[in-house]
Structures are given as C-alpha cells and as structure tokens.
Write a protein that binds this ligand. Sequence first.
Ligand code: GZL
Length: 352
Amino acid sequence: MKRKNKIFRKVIIVLAVLALLTGCAGQEPEAEDTRTPTDDNLIVVGVSQEGSESVWRTANTRSVKETLTKENGYFLIFKNARQKQENQIKAIRSFIQQDVDYIVLAPVTETGWDTVLKEAKDADIPVIIVDRMIDVSDDSLYTAWVGSNFKMEGQKACEWLNAYAEAKGMKEVNIAHIQGTIGASAQIGRTEGLEEAAKEYGWNIVAQQTGEFTQAKGQEVMESMLKQHDNINVVYCENDNEAFGAIDAIEAAGKTVGPDGDILVMSFDTTNAGLTDTLSGKIICDTECNPLHGPRVEEIIKKLEDGKDVDKKAYVEEEMFAYDDTVKSVKVDDKDYDVTKITQEILDKRAY
Ligand code: GZL
C-alpha cells in the first residue's frame, strides 16, 4: 500500500508540474507519464547483505536473488557490505536517495542502526530485517523481522551434547569454543546457550575466541587453541565454515575427529557441506539455521502491498542432524525436538 501511495504522490506531483508548465491549472492537462513503464510495474527493493563470509550466507543471498526477480515483479538493488557495518549504512542511505519502495537489511551486528533507520523512517520507506536481529531504541524503526531463534539453537545443541556425553560415559567435557562474529545475534544466542549449559552441566570451556564465521579464521583459532590446551575433547563451532577450518587444524595437529576420535566437532548451519561432514562423523552434530529468507521477505512485501498487517517478529522452524542416533531427541523449555541421523538420501533432498 505504501508503494501505491508513493506512486500516487508522484503522479500528483507530475500532474501539478505539467499544469504549471502548461498554465492551465484549471483544466485537465494531458498527463504525460514521465516514468519508464517498468519502474511503475516493479517493486523496487534495496537489499543490504552483510557479507559473503560463509556457505550459509551464499545460500541466503541466492534465496533473496532467486525470489526478488523482475519476473516476480521486483527491481532488486543488492549491495554486499563485506561484513562492515559502515558499508551497510552507506547502502541504506543510497537506497533512501533512490527512494526505493522497501529496504531489506541482513545486519552484521545488533547495534548501531538507530540513526540510519530513522532516516529511512523519515523517508517513509519500510525496513524488513532478515536473519540476525537489531537492537534499536524504537522498534517502529523496522516493520518486520524474520530469522532464527539463535539461543534456542545453542540450547538444542547443548542438550544434545549433554545426552551424548552421558550415553558415551564421557568423564569430562573440555570445550574449545569458536564464536561467530562478535555482536551478531547468531553469536550472542549460540554463546549464551553454551555458557548456560556449561554452568548447568559442569563442562569446562577451556578456550573461547571468535572465528568470525569464516573457515580461515576458524582454522587459525583452532591451531592456537590446540597449542595451548591438550585436553580439548569437544569443539563448539558457531557455524559450518568455522568447523571446516577447525577440522583441518585438528587433523594437521595429528589428532582425530569423529565418534571414535580425540575430538567431537559440533556446528551450526546444516549447509550441504556441513551435513556431508556430519555424514562422515567429522562433524558429530549440526544444528540447522535456515537461510532461505527470500520467500519470507516476499511474503512480507506482498502483505504490505495489500495493506495487510505483518508479524513484527517471525521465527523459522529448524531441525537438528547428527552422525548417529545415540540421541534421538532433545528437550528445551519442555518442548521436544527430534534429532535426525543424517543419510545420503536426506542430504540429496535438501534445498541448500
Ligand atoms: C545465522 C547467520 C550466520 C550463520 C553463519 O543466521 O547470521 O552468519 O550461522 C553466517 O554461517 O555467516
């Protein structure tokens, strides 16, 4: 609806200017359509993607680009911020200058958005947040958010670890914790889940450092942790790319991963590559974080176009996968969540 109002406003402005130019304000001037036809027919969406740091992020970008196409009625302006907030702020300001119909923001971190989102609000441009959350003083600065419950992801993973450790008779759990980008909702939630479980179950977090959600940094951090600690028997990686790097570092150090190895590697994202490693046991448990936000964004835009209300926050449903069926389900907040033993058949059918 907002967009139609904006188009209506533009038509009035064009007609008023034409009337002034032709000096016949009282008569109905021949309305000259000054806009290219496609502009009117397409919904212009400015998307600020935080980066391209991981396989998950690539799947997320693909989902948005495959949905917001001209064939589907959209003119997409897509900007990759390379994990820098200042680039996202510049992108949002450029979208405002171009007077887009909607802004979609996949924020790199939670804070620092109030000023630029106030500018978008003043420009009457609805902002849709996807994936990570933002922490703003006034939640009218965004229209809707769709993403994951990251703390729940962490809690589910830790409930799996507790049940697995008990089933395998692990006498102690000494964890190397490779965090995601500090300040990102995914890092905040997955870290909270681990830290609370470690206190509850008496685990030792022997090392904790950010791997910035990348494979290279994950490998570098794991190498350093292995040099400092020889009792690590679990690595809790906050995404698949960190897990790939950690596995390389562990094996380069002459240690083994997997159900019968020296170290259990846990991960998040359940990308195809991550679940391939879960199938082999290199990753022992992978907790899903669904990146397919394109259709969810389109659903929100369509509702707004039709003047309908949209949910302020919408969480996506997510599963858990493991190498084996030692732990068949986990309970968080009195709700049971299935844990699926990964198979090639399941892997082949997955959308990402
Ligand atoms: C989670 C997302 C995280 C992924 C990482 O929703 O923000 O960022 O877990 C990605 O792979 O880099």
